[in-house]
Design a protein around this ligand. Structure first.
Ligand code: HEM
Length: 216
């Protein structure tokens, strides 16, 4: 009896000690940007933006495209990482992959358009990082497509993981800055905030590289 209880306890410990599957971890980190993008997709056409986002509406097409492609890139990217879906529904994976690449290209293009058209409230550090990462995203997607065409699947997977890490790189920072925003009612700004954002972006890319090495 005791022995059986001990085994049950051990099983429970193992279950909780098991690392979180990648897709769930990604979903946690991507939740806030995806949710914000989904809300803006509805608010921009309705003209119902909150006061602190009105600044971005100087260029409604770029703003709407950015929110829409961000939403698609975030959600499709998560689905592409679910191994069971990839293995069981290969055709869906291929079509969702094409939509993911188009969304990523639209995200980078509209991100650059916002960067050039909207009056920035960020430091030069964050704006420069946005420009560099938008170009890096397009390059990673192009290399991902080229390796899929060359049937080099490990390389294809590596470039798509890299693209997702670059595109969603600021996702985890929302877990800290969003509660701060809810408390103060003001979007956090300033040098320290931007250093944290760029540091998080670089860390997400580093985690992406770690995952690529782990997968081999
Ligand atoms: C390389 C990737 C990305 C770049 C370069 C980029 C660039 C930008 C820029 C320049 C802005 C305007 C910032 C401001 O002046 O306040 C912005 C806002 C925004 N971005 Fe991105 N972005 C990227 C990825 C994403 C992703 C993946 C999502 C969604 C999943 C997203 C969703 C948004 C949203 C919703 C806003 C508007 C926020 C608001 O209304 O207050 N972005 N982005």
């Amino acid at each position: 009896m005791l022995k059986r209880r001990g085994m049950r306890g051990g099983g429970l410990v193992r279950r909780f000690a098991r690392p979180l599957p990648l897709a769930w971890l990604l979903a946690l980190c991507s939740f806030i940007p995806i949710m914000t993008a989904a809300i803006r997709v509805v608010q921009i056409p309705l003209g119902a933006l909150p006061a602190d986002s009105l600044r971005l509406a100087v260029s409604p097409p770029a703003y709407f495209l950015h929110a829409l492609t961000g939403l698609l890139f975030g959600v499709l990217g998560l689905l592409q990482f679910v191994r069971a879906l990839r293995r069981r529904y290969g055709t869906v994976h291929r079509w969702a992959g094409r939509a993911f690449v188009l969304a990523g290209a639209g995200l980078a293009w509209s991100g650059l358009a916002l960067l050039l058209q909207v009056e920035s409230i960020a430091t030069g550090l964050l704006d420069a990082a946005r420009g560099v990462f938008a170009l890096a995203l397009v390059s990673a997607l192009a290399l991902g497509i080229a390796s899929a065409r060359a049937r080099d699947m490990p390389r294809h997977r590596a470039w798509m993981i890299r693209a997702y890490a670059i595109g969603m790189g600021t996702g985890p920072v929302g877990l800290v800055l969003f509660p701060l925003y809810l408390v103060t009612g003001e979007p956090p700004t300033g040098v320290l905030t931007d250093v944290v954002v760029v540091g998080t972006w670089l860390s997400s890319i580093a985690v992406g590289e770690w995952v690529i090495r782990k997968l081999g």
